[in-house]
Design a protein around this ligand. Sequence first.
Ligand code: ADP
Ligand code: MG
Ligand code: MG
Length: 255
Amino acid sequence: MSVLEIRDLHVTVETEAGATPILNGVTLTVRTGETHAIMGPNGSGKSTLAYAIAGHPKYTVTSGSISLDGEDVLEMSVDERARAGLFLAMQYPVEVPGITVTNFLRTAKTAVAGEAPAIRSWTKDVKQAMANLRMDPKFAQRNVNEGFSGGEKKRHEILQLELLKPAIAVLDETDSGLDVDALKIVSEGVNRAKGETDLGVLLITHYTRILRYIQPEFVHVMVKGRIVEEGGPELADRLEEEGYDRFLDADTPVD
Ligand code: ADP
Ligand code: MG
Ligand code: MG
């Protein structure tokens, strides 16, 4: 049982104009076995929350806290966060030039587990996970994210999720750029991880579409860097019908 606790989190981002406040007091608790959706209009700060949890250097936590099982996440390096059981799939994953998917996965597994996986069982696990995600075995020899299509990037993320077996996963816009078939395959992967390891999921999404496949027990609406409404799955249904209009005043830019 793991618990990720975010308390009254304030985050600024460095822009040319200086430090700009983006998150203005976000409080949220995610436990293993739970699925939470954070929904909200574009520009509301959803990705900023993901980056803050990940420890991206551009995002500064000015007050509040993030802890995992009582340990201060903000004091941890990015590697330590992964070792502690956090998994972050970013909206815009970076290319890792010259490193193949196979080597990347093995290095990541070694870093997270603290020791290199036994070759034979690892090779089998990778093959099985790739087959589960209907990935061509040749994909393993490609360089990470180099020329990956949107769908390949997402599948590669879920491949990592299946193999690294984190306690809590933060998935930012895992649905973006996926056609329905790919969305189903990716969602099945997340659901498999939930079933096998009692994964806790923080699913960040603008659209309700993915929530048909990965069903959240808790839905949080973020607007202007704050959680403005919380509920169960029925809240997602309501957002699907009504959109975010009722949360926005006329002068709020929505891109
Ligand atoms: P969402 O994911 O909900 O669309 P983001 O967290 O990406 O929202 O962005 C929230 C606000 O912070 C936006 O106004 C965005 O322009 C700004 N922002 C986020 N990251 C950066 C950055 N690296 N540089 C400048 N502005 C940023
Ligand atoms: Mg956005
Ligand atoms: Mg975003």
